[in-house]
Design a protein around this ligand. Structure first.
Ligand code: SF4
Length: 380
């Protein structure tokens, strides 16, 4: 994840450059249920509106949470499927809060009616991320359901009205790229302060729709737009948070943007990017799926590291006998091709390994999702 607004603040008020540090435990994205009331085009968990057998029970979830707390996991992101379809979601969330986790909910928003919004507020979720993939019919098309946009926006409004911190999550493809500015505009009109931009990753249903991925130029235009917008807010002292995910080349591309607009700050930003360190799958980001399988992140459902029913998460996560985990835990990683020769490897860390694996079969191949030119990565 690349925290755009944090880097914008480095332009306004630079902070000292320190060493790259890993937090004590990873952020855990937990897909507690695979069932979903929608069937979105880019769904990485290939969810459906039916029950999936073998999901973790409440007692099993609690047991895992105790291990996670002991392992110093700071954040739980409760996800799905649609997590609000899990009957014990509020019991789990209440326990997570009581145990001291920063507790977030990742929802499609369509089920958040007044009563549900009251319960979300009552639990004290620290953050609720709701996906919006375009305006009106575009969102409905992505979400494969007429009326989904109105329902999701209703959920957002009910949360905002209760003072819950909400973020808009936007996954870009060729089909919705043109609507990015309108979706960003929703932040101001709806009183939302956070925007999460996700590049399409090649996993789950996203993998089957790879040919719809935005072209390199569209990606660059989108990043320029996001950087310009985030800068306008940061420069005006407005608290807005822009973050991006699924493409760590965003960091080095931000450096190109800084060189164009604030050349005197480029050295500082380059050092801060190295401090950030790029892709953190398998290190600072972890995933547990609905069946208890642990993965290096949410896009790695094709690679199981172990099951929390058989072994504590803390043991699975530290085990580097799995060659993928051993490689992911190296910094910089043992990447090949353009990534190996790239001038920004220390800042990007070779980007998204699952994309390389899906496209080439080689997990350490250069990331085919890199949208930087040879000149920008120091090859030309
Ligand atoms: S070439 Fe690889 S390491 Fe360099 S910016 Fe692109 S994805 Fe990152």
């Amino acid at each position: 994840m690349f925290r755009v607004s944090q880097f914008m603040h480095e332009l306004v008020a630079p902070t000292p450059v320190g060493p790259r540090r890993n937090p004590p435990g990873p952020v855990v994205i937990w897909n507690l249920i695979r069932r979903c009331n929608l069937t979105c085009k880019h769904c990485y968990s290939i969810s459906a509106d039916k029950d999936f057998a073998g999901e973790l029970s409440t007692a099993e979830v609690f047991e895992v949470m105790t291990d996670l707390r002991g392992f110093k996991v700071p954040v739980l992101i409760l996800s799905g499927g649609e997590p609000l379809l899990r009957p014990d979601i509020f019991t789990i969330a209440e326990k997570a809060k009581a145990m001291g986790f920063y507790t977030a909910l990742s929802s499609n928003g369509t089920l958040i009616d007044e009563a549900m919004a009251d319960r979300i507020k009552g639990i004290g979720f620290d953050y609720v991320g709701i996906s919006i993939d375009g305006i009106g019919a575009t969102h409905d098309h992505f979400r494969a359901r007429q009326g989904a946009f109105a329902e999701s926006m209703g959920g957002i409004r009910r949360c905002v009205a209760r003072g819950i911190k909400v973020g808009l999550r936007f996954t870009m493809t060729m089909d919705n790229a043109a609507e990015l500015p309108q979706v960003v505009d929703l932040m101001e009109s709806e009183g939302v302060t956070k925007f999460y931009f996700s590049h399409l990753n090649y996993a789950g249903r996203g993998n089957k729709n790879r040919l719809d991925d935005a072209t390199i130029q569209i990606t660059r235009d989108a990043m320029d737009f996001l950087f310009d917008t985030a800068w306008k807010h940061a420069g005006a002292g407005r608290e807005r948070e822009f973050v991006t995910g699924n493409n760590d080349a965003d960091g080095p591309y931000f450096l190109s943007w800084v060189k164009r607009h604030f050349p005197d700050r480029a050295g500082h930003i380059a050092a801060k990017l190295v401090q950030w360190g790029g892709n953190a799958s398998g290190v600072n980001v972890a995933n547990i799926d609905n069946l208890g399988e642990v993965h290096p992140d949410t896009m790695w459902w094709n690679h199981n590291l172990g099951n929390v029913r058989n072994r504590p998460f803390s043991a699975i996560w530290q085990d580097v006998s799995d060659p993928l985990m051993a490689g992911l835990k190296r910094h910089p990683r043992p990447v090949e091709g353009r990534c190996a020769a790239c001038a920004h490897l220390a800042a990007c860390n070779g980007n998204t390994r699952v994309r390389a694996q899906r496209v080439t079969g080689n997990v350490w191949a250069e990331d085919p999702g890199c949208y930087l030119t040879d000149e920008e990565i120091g090859l030309a």
